[in-house]
Design a protein around this ligand. Structure first.
Ligand code: DGT
Ligand code: CA
Ligand code: CA
Ligand code: ZN
Length: 573
C-alpha cells in the first residue's frame, strides 16, 4: 500500500509542476497496485513488475526502489519543491493539485490553517476561477475534513489485519491469534487493529510481533500488551491473554463498549461479575474469596451462561440486540457464504480494467454462480459510456463468453445514468433486452432534497429499471450523501419492487448499515454488488455482506442469495 501512496503523491506533485501526461500514468499504476490481491513485493522479487497493467520500465524501477528501501529519492526531491502539507489539503473536498498550487503561489497557503485563514479573509474569491460561492464551499469542506479525524477505511485495513493475524497464527509459540475490535465488528472505518493471542511464551511472541517486516515504529512493548505502528499507516495493539479467559477477553476487546456495558449489567443482575478475565460468581474478584470462574474460555459459553443467545460481532452495537438475545429472538443474519453472484461490474467496454472473460473467470474463482455485466451507458463521458449500438454488440460478446466458460452464468445489464431532469440516458428499446438494469446518479448532485428524491423515484418507476445503484451517493470521508429522502425511496421500493443496492466498494458502502436497518424495517429487499472496475475489486463483496450483516439483513432479504432460476423471476419484465 505504501507503494500506491507514493505513486499517487508523485502524480499530484507532477500535476502541481504542470507536467503533462505523466500524472495520469502514475495514477493509473497506483490504482492498479492498490487493488491487487497479491502483494506488490511478490512481483518485484519475481522481476515481473512490468506485467502489471500501467507499469512500464520507468515506474517499475521506482517501485523496486520503494520495495527495497521503503522510500524513493525521486519522490522526496519532488516534495522539496513544494513544502506543503499536501495530504491535509487534498483531504478537503473540491481541492485538487491545481488549486493547491494556485493557493500556494498566490497566497502562500501551505496547510489547512493557512487555507482557512485565506478563505475567511475573503482572499480566495479574488483568485481567477474562484468566487464567493466556492470560497464558502471551501470553508464548509474544511470543517468536514477536520471532523473526520484519522480513521481508515475498513476495505484498506481489513487485508492488513488479516495478513497480520495469519502471520501471528503461523508463529510456533502462538496457540490462538484473533483480530478483535472494530475490525471484527466490520465497522466502515477503523481506528486501530486489535489482536489477541494465547501463548505460553509471551516474550517470544512479543519479540516476533515487534520485529515484523512492516513495523515502522514500536510504540510500546510489554509481555501483556504491545503496540506497533505499521508501514501501512495504522497502529496495532497486541494483547496476550490466557486460554481460560480467551472468550471473555475476545468479547471485551471486540466491543462495542456499549454492548459490553449492557452485558456487564446483566451479569451484575445475577450477582456475578463479568470482565475481560472471565465471568465470576461474587462481585469483586480480589476481595471475594468465594468468587469462582464459571465461564470465560469461549464466547459461546459466556453468552449462554448469561442466558443470552450468541450475538454476531457485527450486531454488537447495543442498538437492541441485547434485548432480543435475552428473548432468544435475534434475527439470523445473512452469512458470508450466502451470496451466489454479483450484479454490478464494469469491463473494458466502459471504464473497467478487464475484459468480460477476465471478470467472469475471477468471479468464478470466488465461487460466484452468476454475474451481471453493467457497463456505463450513453451520456456518461468520464466513464466512457457506451451507446445503444455498442450495447447490442456487447450482448453478443457476453453470449460468446458465457458459452465458453462453464459453471458461471453471465447476465447482460447496464448501469444507466439518471440525468438531472430525472430522465434516463438510453431508450427503453434497448433496456428491454437486458436482463438487469442498474440506474444511478453520477452527476448534478447538488440539487435540492425534493429534486434528488423525485429524480430517483422517476427512475424507480421506469418498468425496466431493476436496481438503484449507490442510493445516497456518499463517499466515506470524501463526500456527504446527497440530500435524499431515503424513507420515501424505501416506500417506492416496496411498491415498485425496484431494489436499492448495497454497494460494496470500500469508500461507498452505500446503503450504509444504518440505512439497511431502516430498509429492513420497511420490508424492502436489497442486492449486494461490488461495482467492480477491475477483477481484483470483486473480492470487496465481503464488505457489502458485512454492511448487510450490520444492518441485520437476513438471507432472504438479499436477492442475490437466490439460485439463478429464482433470481431471474425477480428480474422478469
Ligand atoms: P476503533 O479502534 O476506534 O475503530 O474502535 P474499537 O471498537 O476497536 O475500539 P478500541 O480499539 O479503542 O478498543 C477495542 C475494544 O476494547 C472496544 O471495542 C471495547 C473495548 N474497550 C476499550 N476501552 C474500553 C473501556 O473503557 N470500557 C469498556 N467497557 N470497553 C473498552
Ligand atoms: Ca480498534
Ligand atoms: Ca485498540
Ligand atoms: Zn465507472
Amino acid at each position: 500500500m505504501i507503494v500506491a501512496k507514493i505513486l499517487y503523491e508523485i502524480a499530484d506533485l507532477l500535476e502541481m509542476k504542470d507536467v503533462q501526461f505523466k500524472p495520469q500514468a502514475y495514477r493509473r499504476a497506483a490504482r492498479t497496485i492498490e487493488s491487487m490481491s497479491k502483494p506488490i513485493e511478490d512481483f518485484a522479487t519475481a522481476g515481473k513488475l512490468e506485467e502489471i497493467l500501467g507499469v512500464g520500465k520507468n515506474i517499475a524501477k521506482k517501485i523496486e526502489e520503494i520495495v527495497a528501501t521503503g522510500r524513493l529519492k525521486y519522490h522526496e526531491d519532488l516534495k522539496e519543491d513544494f513544502p506543503i502539507d499536501i495530504d491535509a489539503l487534498l483531504a478537503v473536498e473540491s481541492i485538487g493539485p491545481r488549486k493547491i498550487k494556485l493557493f500556494y503561489k498566490k497566497l502562500g497557503v501551505k496547510n489547512l490553517k493557512d487555507l482557512e485563514r485565506a478563505a475567511k479573509a475573503g482572499k480566495i474569491r479574488k483568485l481567477s476561477g474562484m468566487g464567493e460561492k466556492s470560497e464558502q464551499q471551501i470553508l464548509e469542506n474544511i470543517e468536514f475534513a477536520k471532523s473526520r479525524g484519522k480513521r481508515l477505511l475498513l476495505g484498506y485495513v481489513l487485508p492488513v489485519a488479516e495478513e497480520l493475524e495469519e502471520k501471528m497464527k503461523s508463529f510456533g509459540p502462538v496457540e490462538i491469534a484473533q483480530v478483535a475490535g472494530s475490525i471484527r465488528r466490520m465497522k466502515e472505518t477503523i481506528g486501530d487493529i486489535d489482536v489477541l493471542v494465547v501463548t505460553k511464551h509471551p516474550k517470544k511472541v512479543v519479540d516476533y510481533f515487534t520485529s515484523l517486516k512492516n513495523v515502522s515504529k514500536v510504540v510500546a512493548k510489554g509481555p501483556a500488551r504491545s503496540t506497533i505502528r505499521l508501514k501501512e499507516g495504522v497502529e496495532c495493539d497486541l494483547r496476550v491473554v490466557s486460554r481460560s479467559s480467551f472468550g471473555t477477553a475476545l468479547m471485551y476487546f471486540t466491543g462495542s463498549k456499549d454492548h459490553n456495558i449492557a452485558l456487564r449489567r446483566i451479569a451484575m443482575g445475577k450477582g456475578w461479575k463479568l470482565n475481560e478475565y472471565g465471568l465470576f460468581t461474587g462481585k469483586n474478584i480480589k476481595a471475594d474469596k468465594k468468587q469462582k470462574q464459571i465461564a470465560g474460555a469461549t464466547e459461546k459459553e459466556v453468552y449462554k451462561k448469561l442466558g443470552l443467545q450468541y450475538v454476531e460481532p457485527e450486531m454488537r452495537e447495543n442498538t437492541g440486540e441485547v434485548e432480543l438475545a435475552r428473548k432468544h429472538k435475534l434475527p439470523r443474519i445473512i452469512g458470508y457464504g450466502d451470496l451466489r453472484g454479483d450484479l454490478q461490474m464494469h469491463t473494458k467496454w466502459s471504464d473497467g480494467a478487464h475484459t468480460i472473460e477476465e471478470m467472469a473467470r475471477a468471479a468464478k474463482a470466488l465461487g460466484h454462480k452468476y454475474i451481471c455485466i453493467t457497463d456505463h451507458t450513453g451520456t456518461l463521458r468520464i466513464a466512457r459510456g457506451i451507446t445503444a449500438r455498442r450495447i447490442r454488440k456487447q450482448m453478443k460478446e457476453i453470449d460468446k463468453v458465457d458459452r465458453k466458460i462453464q459453471g458461471i452464468t453471465i447476465l447482460k445489464g447496464a448501469e444507466i445514468n439518471i440525468k438531472s431532469n430525472g430522465k434516463i440516458d438510453i431508450s427503453d428499446n434497448v433496456l428491454k433486452y437486458l436482463d438487469i438494469v442498474v440506474a444511478g446518479i453520477h452527476s448534478g448532485i447538488r440539487q435540492s432534497r425534493e429534486q434528488i428524491t423525485n429524480r430517483i423515484i422517476s427512475a424507480m418507476e421506469n418498468e425496466y429499471v431493476d436496481i438503484i445503484a449507490h442510493p445516497t451517493g456518499r463517499k466515506i470521508q470524501e463526500r456527504k450523501p446527497y440530500d435524499v429522502d431515503l424513507e420515501k425511496l424505501f416506500e417506492v421500493s416496496k411498491r415498485t419492487g425496484t431494489l436499492l443496492e448495497i454497494n460494496s466498494y470500500p469508500s461507498r458502502l452505500d446503503l450504509s448499515a444504518e440505512d439497511v436497518r431502516t430498509a429492513m424495517e420497511f420490508g424492502c429487499k436489497t442486492v449486494i454488488n461490488t461495482d467492480a472496475h477491475s477483477a481484483d475489486h470483486l473480492r470487496y463483496i465481503k464488505l457489502g455482506i458485512a454492511t448487510a450483516r450490520r444492518g441485520w439483513a437476513k438471507k432472504k432479504d438479499v436477492v442475490n442469495t437466490l439460485p439463478l432460476k429464482k433470481l431471474m423471476k425477480v428480474f422478469k419484465k
